[in-house]
Design a protein around this ligand. Structure first.
Ligand SMILES: [Zn+2]
Length: 355
């Protein structure tokens, strides 16, 4: 597949973390301001916290946690803030929206697949969120000081949602909705910190030590190893570690003990529909994708539309979810495949981790 490359790449030169943040703020600041406006409006509509001062204080608390968690990522966020005119707490809302909204789960999600293909294992995911976020989906390629080069699938103004580093370590994500969310590390900062490691095992250790904020599912892989970890605000469980087996995950807990933490999904949630579609394709060796292009085609499946893997629930509700893009991380070839928007019948852009 080639041509029709529908996602932008923001290439950032080497520099101090603050300089890297400033470069991003200069190039993406205008878009980030627009996205902040959208997310702030949605947060005010949907959060159980009605008081603006309380929302501000809660966001500010995350700024402090980030500073003590990782000085470089804190500097990068502050550099972005300075160059874009956004305040650091506003960037917290941008980064941490899914954990921060403190509202019942919406119908958003993501579908993650670990695929031990003949040519080397890959990790893949769709990215589903409020459809109004789609224009802000972008790729970011960074050459951090004292850290491996990395390509990130992200939203303008966010530190990175999912990605692959030059050592072949990838992190993919599903949002989960536990009842024990609290102030903690911005989840995109945790993704970035994990992508500083040389092995999947080392990235797993970073995750297992971290003071989390809310629930996510993390699929961590390199060329030889894979770990899937479900988390709540407080709990963490490794649910999968067999690099020769297929694995898939959507937006509900699979670990029997962690299910007790799950906030019941709305009737509009498509997590079970997408999980069933994946099980139908991936459980048997006769129906599994044989190569990366077939896997990309699966991510774009419209079977069961609008509750399909490539989902289209948006309608008139600006907070309702749709698939806003997808990524496949290929550690063997040290590149990612990505696209913004609907994946069905689409081509992808190939981006090398090291330019
Ligand atoms: Zn679609």
């Amino acid at each position: 597949m080639s041509g029709d490359e529908k996602i932008e790449l923001c290439d950032i030169d080497a520099g101090t973390p603050r300089e890297q943040g400033e470069q991003q703020g200069e190039r993406l600041g205008e878009q980030a301001c627009a996205l902040f406006g959208l997310r702030w409006r949605l947060l005010r509509l949907r959060s159980r916290i009605r008081d603006v001062d309380q929302l501000h204080a809660k966001a500010q608390a995350h700024v402090e946690v980030l500073r003590s968690f990782d000085g470089d990522l804190s500097d990068e966020l502050n550099g972005f803030a300075r160059a874009s005119g956004l305040e650091p707490w506003q960037l917290v809302i941008l980064n941490h929206y899914t954990d921060f909204r403190d509202i019942p789960p919406d119908d958003g999600g993501c579908s993650v697949v670990y695929a031990p293909l003949v040519g080397g294992n890959v990790s893949a995911q769709t990215w589903d969120m409020h459809g109004t976020a789609e224009p802000f989906v972008t790729l970011l390629r960074l050459k951090p000081r004292d850290a491996p080069p990395v390509v990130l699938f992200t939203l303008t103004g966010c530190l990175g949602m999912t990605g692959l580093n030059a050592f072949g370590v990838s992190v993919c994500i599903n949002n989960l909705t536990p009842n024990d969310a609290r102030v903690g590390i911005l989840w995109p900062a945790l993704v970035r910190r994990m992508l500083r490691e040389r092995t999947a095992e080392a990235a797993l250790e970073v995750l297992m030590r971290a003071q989390l904020s809310s629930g996510h599912n993390y699929l961590i892989a390199d060329r030889a190893r894979v770990f899937n970890v479900e988390t709540t605000g407080v709990e963490k469980r490794v649910t999968f570690r067999d690099a020769s087996a297929w694995y898939w995950h959507t937006n509900h807990y699979l670990d029997p003990e962690l299910r007790a933490f799950e906030v019941p999904a709305l009737s509009t949630s498509t997590t079970c529909d997408r999980f069933e579609t994946l099980t139908g394709k991936l459980a048997s060796s006769t129906t599994r994708p044989a190569d990366i292009d077939a896997l990309w085609t699966l991510l774009g499946s419209h079977d069961g539309l609008p509750r399909s893997l490539c989902s289209h629930l948006q309608g008139d509700d600006p907070a309702a979810s749709k698939t806003c893009g997808a990524i496949i991380c290929d550690p063997t070839r040290s590149h990612i495949l990505a696209r913004r928007g609907c994946i069905n019948g689409s081509s992808y852009r190939v981006v090398e981790v090291e330019a």
